[in-house]
Write a protein that binds this ligand. Structure first.
Ligand code: DAH
Length: 348
């Protein structure tokens, strides 16, 4: 039937020209609705013979189905197009660099403390935390500095009460020696380092009223000066570099006998002499010595059976040398611009 072919042809053209769902709905109504040409043809069928009805009815139905399929395909096409446009317009570009997050940076003193601790922990020491508020007994008397001892003058600190039952801000981490020995109820071997804040009545470019020290204490049977020398030499080389030379000078501390001061070859000039080492080639970095028998006995240790060595140093000094910090007060000033610089220094 020519007419049917024409209808299908027209429907095809109109459907494919549709761009919107609304247009498509109109076209659908036009070709498949109650007033469509197809419907008109169907209504004419009542005058036909049974044979004619069969063939033409079948043909009309086929055309109807074809148009329906075309509409459905077109509908899907339009919906896909809308979806794709939406996806395109709402796309997030993950390649775009994000806003930079501000990262915190570790304080130079925390870096130094961790470095010290790592070295000593690798040698079998444990990290011991002392107290910052101490009794006069622990800070001085049990370290062989009785009341009135002249060596106290070098460590004038902040007292919380009057001078007799006085509590004070510890002036040296050596107080941790006393605590560690007293807390060790078996009076057995000890191997500790104690980093922490200490306080003195000082204030200039190289002295702050608050600064940091690290104390070391080893107690065991058969400990000798050779153990002290070996340990501190290894420590200095680890922290300042393998080329560092170490020298031990006799000195005096009330809580050690014999006592030494430890010098290292200047890290700036390598020992040739410069302004940092005051042209001597050497820089003093540690105080140390064999634990005085009085100190062992006062904290309940048998000084015939046990010996020990101790050492102490200022962590700030190491940080100042390592990072080239000219004024100790900047370390405690909490200026974020100061603290941030050390991230970059460590990456160098
Ligand atoms: N506590 C001393 C000071 O503040 C440093 C020191 C010297 C610690 C000798 C020691 C030591 O353990 O044996 O100056």
């Amino acid at each position: 039937m020519k007419e049917l072919e024409k209808i299908l042809e027209n429907a095809k053209n109109e459907i494919s020209a549709c761009e919107k769902s609304a247009d498509l709905a109109n076209v659908k109504a036009k070709y498949l609705g109650k007033k469509s040409e197809l419907q008109e043809l169907l209504s004419k069928m009542k005058d036909m013979t049974v044979e004619e009805k069969k063939t033409i009815g079948k043909e009309i139905n086929e055309v109807k189905q074809s148009i329906n399929a075309l509409v459905e395909n077109k509908n899907k096409e339009i919906e896909d197009k809308i979806l794709n446009e939406k996806l395109e317009s709402e796309k997030i570009d993950i390649t775009l660099p994000s806003k930079k997050l501000r990262r915190g940076s570790k304080h130079p003193m925390s870096r130094m403390v961790e470095e010290f601790e790592d070295i000593f922990v690798s040698m079998g020491y444990t990290v011991y935390e002392g107290l910052e508020i101490e009794s006069d007994e622990n800070c001085f008397q049990k370290l062989n500095l009785p009341i009135g001892h002249p060596a106290r003058d070098a460590q004038d600190t902040f007292y919380l009460e009057n001078e007799i039952d006085r509590f004070l801000l510890r002036s040296q981490t050596s107080t941790a020696q006393v605590r560690a020995m007293e807390e060790n109820k078996e009076k057995g071997p000890i191997r500790i380092v104690c980093p922490g804040k200490v306080y003195r009545r000082d204030e200039d470019a190289t002295h702050s009223h608050q600064f940091m020290q690290i104390e070391g204490l080893v107690i065991d049977e058969n400990i000798s000066m050779a153990d002290l020398k070996g340990t501190l030499e290894l420590f200095c080389k680890k922290i300042l570099g393998e080329k560092t030379k170490v020298r031990f000078r006799p000195s005096y501390f009330p809580f050690t006998e014999p006592s030494v001061e430890v010098d290292v070859t200047c890290f700036k000039c390598g020992g040739k002499g410069c302004n940092l080492c005051k042209q001597t080639g050497w820089i003093e970095v540690l105080g140390a010595g064999m634990v005085h028998p009085n100190v062992l006995e006062m904290s309940g240790y048998d000084s015939k059976k046990y010996q020990g060595f101790a050492f102490g140093t200022g962590i700030d000094r190491f940080a100042m040398f390592k990072y080239g910090i000219p004024d100790i007060r900047t370390i405690y000033g909490n200026d974020i611009r100061f603290i941030e610089q050390f991230d970059r220094k460590d990456e160098d």
